[in-house]
Ligand binder design. Structure first.
Ligand code: NAP
Length: 251
Protein backbone atom coordinates (compact mmCIF):
# COMPACT_ATOMS: atom_id res chain seq x y z
CA UNK A 1 0.00 0.00 0.00
CA UNK A 2 1.35 3.45 -0.84
CA UNK A 3 1.96 5.86 2.03
CA UNK A 4 -0.82 8.52 1.89
CA UNK A 5 1.43 10.99 3.72
CA UNK A 6 4.25 10.73 1.17
CA UNK A 7 4.96 14.11 -0.50
CA UNK A 8 7.60 12.85 -2.93
CA UNK A 9 7.49 14.81 -6.18
CA UNK A 10 5.44 17.69 -4.72
CA UNK A 11 6.62 21.27 -4.55
CA UNK A 12 5.74 23.10 -1.34
CA UNK A 13 6.02 26.88 -1.06
CA UNK A 14 6.24 28.20 2.50
CA UNK A 15 6.28 31.88 3.46
CA UNK A 16 8.40 33.06 6.37
CA UNK A 17 10.43 29.85 6.45
CA UNK A 18 13.71 31.27 7.79
CA UNK A 19 12.68 30.82 11.43
CA UNK A 20 9.98 29.67 13.84
CA UNK A 21 6.86 27.86 12.71
CA UNK A 22 7.59 28.35 9.01
CA UNK A 23 10.97 26.68 9.38
CA UNK A 24 9.46 23.81 11.36
CA UNK A 25 6.77 23.23 8.74
CA UNK A 26 9.18 23.52 5.79
CA UNK A 27 11.47 20.89 7.28
CA UNK A 28 8.57 18.56 8.10
CA UNK A 29 7.30 18.80 4.50
CA UNK A 30 10.84 18.19 3.22
CA UNK A 31 11.21 15.18 5.52
CA UNK A 32 7.95 13.83 4.03
CA UNK A 33 9.43 14.12 0.54
CA UNK A 34 8.54 17.58 -0.77
CA UNK A 35 10.89 19.97 -2.53
CA UNK A 36 10.58 23.38 -0.91
CA UNK A 37 10.43 27.00 -2.03
CA UNK A 38 11.26 29.24 0.91
CA UNK A 39 9.60 32.62 0.45
CA UNK A 40 10.48 35.59 2.63
CA UNK A 41 12.30 38.84 3.25
CA UNK A 42 15.15 37.21 5.24
CA UNK A 43 16.89 34.52 3.14
CA UNK A 44 16.12 31.11 4.63
CA UNK A 45 19.65 29.76 4.15
CA UNK A 46 19.64 27.52 7.24
CA UNK A 47 16.27 25.98 6.30
CA UNK A 48 17.45 25.42 2.71
CA UNK A 49 20.64 23.72 3.90
CA UNK A 50 18.66 21.42 6.21
CA UNK A 51 16.16 20.55 3.47
CA UNK A 52 18.98 19.76 1.06
CA UNK A 53 20.59 17.59 3.72
CA UNK A 54 17.34 15.59 3.66
CA UNK A 55 17.89 15.07 -0.09
CA UNK A 56 15.34 17.63 -1.31
CA UNK A 57 15.61 20.54 -3.67
CA UNK A 58 15.30 23.86 -1.85
CA UNK A 59 15.07 27.31 -3.44
CA UNK A 60 14.97 30.70 -1.77
CA UNK A 61 12.46 33.20 -3.16
CA UNK A 62 12.95 36.71 -1.89
CA UNK A 63 9.80 38.73 -1.14
CA UNK A 64 8.52 41.31 1.31
CA UNK A 65 4.90 40.34 1.86
CA UNK A 66 3.93 43.57 3.62
CA UNK A 67 2.33 44.44 0.27
CA UNK A 68 0.89 42.35 -2.55
CA UNK A 69 3.31 43.82 -5.08
CA UNK A 70 5.59 40.70 -5.24
CA UNK A 71 2.81 38.08 -5.16
CA UNK A 72 2.51 37.26 -8.88
CA UNK A 73 6.28 37.22 -9.36
CA UNK A 74 6.72 34.95 -6.30
CA UNK A 75 4.46 32.23 -7.68
CA UNK A 76 6.07 32.51 -11.14
CA UNK A 77 9.51 32.15 -9.53
CA UNK A 78 8.49 29.04 -7.56
CA UNK A 79 7.16 27.42 -10.73
CA UNK A 80 10.23 28.44 -12.77
CA UNK A 81 12.71 27.18 -10.18
CA UNK A 82 10.98 23.97 -9.06
CA UNK A 83 8.60 23.11 -11.89
CA UNK A 84 5.27 23.65 -10.15
CA UNK A 85 3.46 24.57 -6.96
CA UNK A 86 1.41 21.82 -5.33
CA UNK A 87 1.36 23.02 -1.71
CA UNK A 88 1.22 26.58 -0.38
CA UNK A 89 1.70 27.35 3.32
CA UNK A 90 0.84 30.93 4.24
CA UNK A 91 2.85 31.29 7.42
CA UNK A 92 4.52 34.74 7.34
CA UNK A 93 2.92 37.03 9.87
CA UNK A 94 3.49 39.84 12.31
CA UNK A 95 1.91 41.09 15.54
CA UNK A 96 1.64 44.59 17.04
CA UNK A 97 0.67 45.14 20.68
CA UNK A 98 -1.03 48.23 22.15
CA UNK A 99 -4.22 49.05 24.05
CA UNK A 100 -7.19 49.30 21.73
CA UNK A 101 -7.76 52.89 22.93
CA UNK A 102 -4.33 53.89 21.64
CA UNK A 103 -3.96 51.55 18.64
CA UNK A 104 -2.60 53.33 15.54
CA UNK A 105 -3.72 53.12 11.94
CA UNK A 106 -0.16 52.16 10.99
CA UNK A 107 -0.25 49.14 13.31
CA UNK A 108 -3.68 48.21 11.97
CA UNK A 109 -2.64 48.39 8.32
CA UNK A 110 0.74 46.69 8.72
CA UNK A 111 -0.76 43.60 10.33
CA UNK A 112 -3.82 43.34 8.10
CA UNK A 113 -1.72 43.83 4.94
CA UNK A 114 0.81 41.12 5.85
CA UNK A 115 -1.38 38.61 7.70
CA UNK A 116 -4.56 38.82 5.59
CA UNK A 117 -4.32 40.77 2.34
CA UNK A 118 -1.08 39.16 1.11
CA UNK A 119 -2.39 35.76 2.16
CA UNK A 120 -5.52 36.11 0.04
CA UNK A 121 -3.65 37.27 -3.05
CA UNK A 122 -1.01 34.54 -2.66
CA UNK A 123 -3.80 31.96 -2.39
CA UNK A 124 -5.34 33.43 -5.56
CA UNK A 125 -2.06 33.44 -7.52
CA UNK A 126 -1.16 29.88 -6.45
CA UNK A 127 -4.69 28.57 -7.06
CA UNK A 128 -4.62 29.93 -10.62
CA UNK A 129 -1.65 27.59 -11.24
CA UNK A 130 -3.14 24.71 -9.23
CA UNK A 131 -6.49 24.66 -11.08
CA UNK A 132 -4.62 24.15 -14.33
CA UNK A 133 -2.67 21.25 -12.83
CA UNK A 134 -5.36 19.14 -11.22
CA UNK A 135 -5.43 20.84 -7.82
CA UNK A 136 -3.30 21.40 -4.77
CA UNK A 137 -3.19 22.03 -1.04
CA UNK A 138 -3.30 25.39 0.70
CA UNK A 139 -2.60 25.67 4.43
CA UNK A 140 -3.08 29.00 6.17
CA UNK A 141 -1.62 29.63 9.59
CA UNK A 142 -4.38 30.78 11.90
CA UNK A 143 -4.13 31.27 15.69
CA UNK A 144 -5.93 30.79 18.98
CA UNK A 145 -7.16 34.31 18.15
CA UNK A 146 -9.08 32.84 15.23
CA UNK A 147 -11.37 31.54 18.00
CA UNK A 148 -10.73 33.90 20.93
CA UNK A 149 -10.46 37.67 21.33
CA UNK A 150 -7.06 38.10 22.92
CA UNK A 151 -6.05 41.41 24.45
CA UNK A 152 -4.01 44.40 23.17
CA UNK A 153 -3.70 42.87 19.68
CA UNK A 154 -6.74 44.21 17.76
CA UNK A 155 -5.30 44.03 14.23
CA UNK A 156 -3.77 40.60 14.89
CA UNK A 157 -7.08 39.21 16.18
CA UNK A 158 -8.92 40.71 13.21
CA UNK A 159 -6.38 39.25 10.79
CA UNK A 160 -6.42 35.76 12.29
CA UNK A 161 -10.21 35.71 12.65
CA UNK A 162 -10.25 36.78 9.00
CA UNK A 163 -7.97 33.86 8.13
CA UNK A 164 -10.57 31.49 9.58
CA UNK A 165 -13.35 32.90 7.41
CA UNK A 166 -11.18 33.18 4.33
CA UNK A 167 -10.04 29.57 4.68
CA UNK A 168 -13.65 28.39 4.69
CA UNK A 169 -14.67 30.64 1.79
CA UNK A 170 -11.79 29.46 -0.38
CA UNK A 171 -12.53 25.85 0.54
CA UNK A 172 -16.13 26.35 -0.57
CA UNK A 173 -15.10 27.86 -3.90
CA UNK A 174 -12.18 25.61 -4.73
CA UNK A 175 -12.99 22.17 -3.26
CA UNK A 176 -14.60 21.05 -6.50
CA UNK A 177 -11.52 22.29 -8.40
CA UNK A 178 -9.28 19.84 -6.52
CA UNK A 179 -7.80 22.40 -4.13
CA UNK A 180 -8.01 21.70 -0.40
CA UNK A 181 -7.88 24.87 1.69
CA UNK A 182 -7.40 24.35 5.42
CA UNK A 183 -5.71 26.09 8.33
CA UNK A 184 -3.57 25.19 11.30
CA UNK A 185 -4.18 27.13 14.51
CA UNK A 186 -1.02 26.94 16.62
CA UNK A 187 -1.28 27.37 20.35
CA UNK A 188 1.54 29.04 22.26
CA UNK A 189 4.71 28.18 20.34
CA UNK A 190 8.18 29.33 21.41
CA UNK A 191 9.35 31.59 18.54
CA UNK A 192 10.43 35.23 17.97
CA UNK A 193 6.73 36.14 17.73
CA UNK A 194 6.14 35.13 21.35
CA UNK A 195 9.53 36.17 22.80
CA UNK A 196 7.92 39.05 24.74
CA UNK A 197 5.35 36.71 26.31
CA UNK A 198 7.97 34.11 27.21
CA UNK A 199 10.11 36.80 28.84
CA UNK A 200 7.21 38.23 30.90
CA UNK A 201 7.27 36.15 34.09
CA UNK A 202 3.61 36.74 34.98
CA UNK A 203 2.18 36.15 31.49
CA UNK A 204 4.45 33.13 31.00
CA UNK A 205 3.17 31.57 34.24
CA UNK A 206 -0.47 32.34 33.36
CA UNK A 207 -0.04 30.77 29.91
CA UNK A 208 1.71 27.66 31.23
CA UNK A 209 -0.99 27.12 33.87
CA UNK A 210 -3.64 27.04 31.12
CA UNK A 211 -1.93 24.61 28.74
CA UNK A 212 -2.96 21.00 29.51
CA UNK A 213 0.26 19.73 27.93
CA UNK A 214 2.11 21.93 30.48
CA UNK A 215 4.70 23.25 28.03
CA UNK A 216 5.13 25.76 25.22
CA UNK A 217 4.93 24.21 21.78
CA UNK A 218 7.97 23.85 19.55
CA UNK A 219 7.86 24.69 15.80
CA UNK A 220 8.43 20.96 15.11
CA UNK A 221 5.09 20.26 16.86
CA UNK A 222 3.30 21.74 13.84
CA UNK A 223 4.98 19.38 11.37
CA UNK A 224 2.61 16.43 11.58
CA UNK A 225 -0.50 18.56 11.03
CA UNK A 226 1.14 20.29 8.06
CA UNK A 227 2.21 17.02 6.42
CA UNK A 228 -1.29 15.61 6.91
CA UNK A 229 -3.06 18.62 5.38
CA UNK A 230 -0.53 18.76 2.52
CA UNK A 231 -0.95 15.08 1.68
CA UNK A 232 -3.48 12.91 -0.11
CA UNK A 233 -4.53 11.64 3.35
CA UNK A 234 -6.45 14.95 3.62
CA UNK A 235 -8.10 14.86 0.18
CA UNK A 236 -11.60 15.03 1.75
CA UNK A 237 -10.69 17.60 4.43
CA UNK A 238 -11.94 21.06 3.45
CA UNK A 239 -12.16 24.37 5.30
CA UNK A 240 -10.96 22.87 8.58
CA UNK A 241 -9.03 24.80 11.20
CA UNK A 242 -6.83 22.27 12.97
CA UNK A 243 -5.71 23.39 16.43
CA UNK A 244 -2.24 22.24 17.48
CA UNK A 245 -2.30 23.79 20.90
CA UNK A 246 -1.39 21.30 23.66
CA UNK A 247 -5.07 21.35 24.63
CA UNK A 248 -5.44 25.15 25.10
CA UNK A 249 -8.87 25.34 23.43
CA UNK A 250 -10.13 22.35 25.37
CA UNK A 251 -9.89 24.29 28.66
P1 NAP B 1 8.32 34.48 13.79
O1 NAP B 1 9.37 33.60 14.35
O2 NAP B 1 8.30 35.93 14.11
O3 NAP B 1 8.26 34.26 12.21
C1 NAP B 1 7.49 35.06 11.39
C2 NAP B 1 7.91 34.82 9.96
O4 NAP B 1 7.15 35.69 9.09
C3 NAP B 1 9.37 35.17 9.75
O5 NAP B 1 9.93 34.31 8.82
C4 NAP B 1 9.28 36.57 9.20
O6 NAP B 1 10.40 36.98 8.47
C5 NAP B 1 8.07 36.42 8.30
N1 NAP B 1 7.56 37.71 7.90
C6 NAP B 1 7.05 38.68 8.69
N2 NAP B 1 6.74 39.76 7.96
C7 NAP B 1 7.08 39.47 6.67
C8 NAP B 1 7.04 40.19 5.45
N3 NAP B 1 6.60 41.45 5.39
N4 NAP B 1 7.46 39.58 4.33
C9 NAP B 1 7.93 38.32 4.37
N5 NAP B 1 8.01 37.59 5.50
C10 NAP B 1 7.61 38.17 6.63
O7 NAP B 1 6.90 33.98 14.27
P2 NAP B 1 6.18 32.56 14.30
O8 NAP B 1 5.67 32.40 15.67
O9 NAP B 1 7.01 31.50 13.70
O10 NAP B 1 4.92 32.90 13.40
C11 NAP B 1 4.62 32.25 12.18
C12 NAP B 1 3.13 32.32 11.97
O11 NAP B 1 2.47 31.62 13.02
C13 NAP B 1 2.55 33.73 11.99
O12 NAP B 1 1.52 33.85 11.03
C14 NAP B 1 2.00 33.84 13.40
O13 NAP B 1 0.99 34.80 13.49
C15 NAP B 1 1.49 32.44 13.59
N6 NAP B 1 1.26 32.03 14.98
C16 NAP B 1 2.28 31.96 15.87
C17 NAP B 1 2.01 31.53 17.17
C18 NAP B 1 3.08 31.38 18.21
O14 NAP B 1 2.74 31.07 19.35
N7 NAP B 1 4.34 31.56 17.89
C19 NAP B 1 0.71 31.20 17.54
C20 NAP B 1 -0.31 31.31 16.60
C21 NAP B 1 -0.01 31.71 15.32
P3 NAP B 1 11.58 37.81 9.20
O15 NAP B 1 12.38 36.81 9.99
O16 NAP B 1 12.32 38.42 8.08
O17 NAP B 1 10.92 38.83 10.11
Amino acid sequence: MTNPFDLTGRVAAITGANTGIGQGIALALAAAGADVALIGRTPAEETADKARALGRRAEIVSADLSSIEPVGRVVDEVVDKLGGIHILVNNAGIIRRADALDFSEADWDAVIDTNLKSVFFLCQAAARVMVGNGGGKIINIASMLTFQGGIRVPSYTASKSGIGGLTKLLANEWAARGINVNAIAPGYIATNNTAALQADETRNRQIMERIPAARWGDPADLGGAAVFLASSAADYVQGHILAVDGGWLAR
